[in-house]
Ligand binder design. Sequence first.
Ligand code: NDP
Length: 264
Amino acid sequence: MRLAQKVTLVTGAARGIGAAIARAFVAEGAFVYLTDLDDENGNAAAGALGPNAAYARLDVREEADWRDAVDRALSERGRLDIVVNNAGITGFEAGATAHDPEHARLEDWRAVHATNLDGVFLGCKHAIRAMRPAGAGSIINISSRSGLVGIAGAAAYASSKAAVRNHTKTVALWCAAQGLAIRCNSIHPAAILTPMWEPMLGEGPERERRMEAFVRDTPLRRFGRPEEVAALAVLLASDEATYITGAELNIDGGLLAGSAASPG
Ligand code: NDP
């Protein structure tokens, strides 16, 4: 019960990493608002978690949605302790659109930033508003290993995730300078097996080969599980992490630990 009584809002919680975070938080005693664009799966995910979870529609790009969802938490539960800015898109959801720096279309670049970066900006802004009266809280931004290195074929995704990393530190400094114990940290996952990967893995006999190719350079040589990311979020949300702010935590099977090149 490391999160007993803590009121939490998770974005993009209908599936994948967001759903796993919601599950882990409820298991640790939190009340969780699962939010998403996908009402059907969002309602189902919240329903499966019992009385300590509820679903609310929240398009992270829309400030009015943020106002409504945060105000609902404040009026129903009296406070908001934790916000997990998890919703994100790669830009590949709609199919094979070019996302390299030479061919990406401006509208696709902007669409990825609207969700991944504007969404996190709005989430942090309304989290601070909601947490200010209590003077404490934890904001967790799900960035990516793509926010720490360049990705030749996913320019907008990498740019947006790098900006999330940096904005996290700005929010941490702002809150600290205000005398608030509102912490803000980023998590940088890589290759976590969720529905986000489906457009890239595809179906059929090639699927297995593609999966192997994606994790070939990962020292642990496997995809990570959403639950493994959720465990890190539990730590950052809990009172065990009260001295951690402005930090970035990688969870990538060792991918960024060094080069695959070995001597001899
Ligand atoms: P999924 O695609 O499986 O889930 C993302 C969820 O976010 C979906 O339910 C999606 O709904 C929702 N969503 C998309 N756009 C919005 C929006 N504008 N407002 C609210 N919800 C939205 O992704 P993952 O669980 O894999 O990823 C979660 C986070 O982790 C993302 O930020 C991702 O970039 C990051 N990440 C993931 C990695 C991985 O390997 N899986 C690696 C590194 C980072 P809908 O289906 O309706 O679009």
